[in-house]
Design a protein around this ligand. Structure first.
Ligand code: 13P
Length: 251
């Protein structure tokens, strides 16, 4: 059985003050979350605060990006070992915003996946098509290429140490959620692609859905056979909304 994972991606939002309020709300409500594992991915500068507030709780935390390199002259970059230093369990790699605004290629994302794994972090690999790509009917081709980059660099077993998040770009921050059927189709496709190389890795792989997931639509998405949790943007900035999604995984 795959334990569902509900992970918040705060993106570039919040302040020390607002994060303290958000985390205290999450800490007091997390006991009601019986089934899902819960995590938050914070801006790197707040990870020390997150660590001190979440240590000893049921909530894990992580970064939103990392360098492909282990250390050295890479101004502004954050190494996997630095995320480790602040107790991170997870790190998001290849979010569509990084791909679109920072030119991250599939190869770069695969190297980030490798760097995370080498440091013992659990990478959350984001894949997803744009609206144009969906309309062209090439959704499967796009997500296959994004997934295959990791498999080609590291082998299919590398996916046993990570999580995949299907995030259709057209559903991110737009209020347009993929229907449960649309999401399930892509999740099943991704799992079958992994299964073609390793049935065991495919069976254990958690594939999250991301894109305008809210307390009101989470239960029907999470009810689908191949949807193993969510990667939550906007709704993760409110403890009530985020916990609402986490508890939707209970039923
Ligand atoms: P929204 O939940 O705001 O659509 O963002 C999804 C996302 O990009 C999570 O990584």
């Amino acid at each position: 059985m795959r334990q569902p994972l509900v992970a918040g991606n705060w993106k570039m939002n919040g302040s020390r003050a607002s994060i303290e309020v958000l985390l205290s709300g999450l800490k007091s409500g997390v006991q009601a979350v019986k089934v899902a594992e819960v995590a938050v991915c914070a801006p790197a500068v707040y990870l020390a605060d997150v660590q001190s507030q979440l240590s000893g709780t049921a909530i894990a935390w992580g970064g939103q990006d990392l360098s492909t390199e282990a250390s050295g002259a890479y101004t502004g970059e954050i190494a996997a070992s630095m995320l480790n230093d602040f107790g991170c369990k997870y790190v998001i790699v290849g979010h569509s915003e990084r791909r679109a605004y920072h030119g991250e290629s599939d190869e770069t994302v695969a190297k980030k996946y490798k760097a995370a794994r080498a440091a013992g972090l659990v990478p959350i690999l984001c894949v997803g098509e744009t609206l144009e790509e969906r309309e062209q009917g090439i959704t499967e081709e796009v997500v296959a290429r994004q997934l295959d980059a990791v498999i080609e660099l590291e082998g299919v077993d590398a996916l046993a140490d990570g999580v995949v998040a299907y995030e259709p770009v057209w559903a991110i921050g737009t209020g347009k959620t993929a229907t449960p059927e649309q999401a399930q189709d892509v999740h099943a496709f991704l799992r079958s692609r992994v299964a073609a190389r390793s049935e065991a890795v495919a069976a254990g792989l958690r594939i999250l859905y991301g894109g305008s997931m809210k307390p009101g639509n989470a239960a029907e998405l999470l009810a689908k056979a191949d949807i193993d949790g969510g990667l939550i943007g906007g709704a993760s900035l409110s403890s009530d909304d985020f916990l609402g999604i986490c508890t939707a995984a209970n039923s």
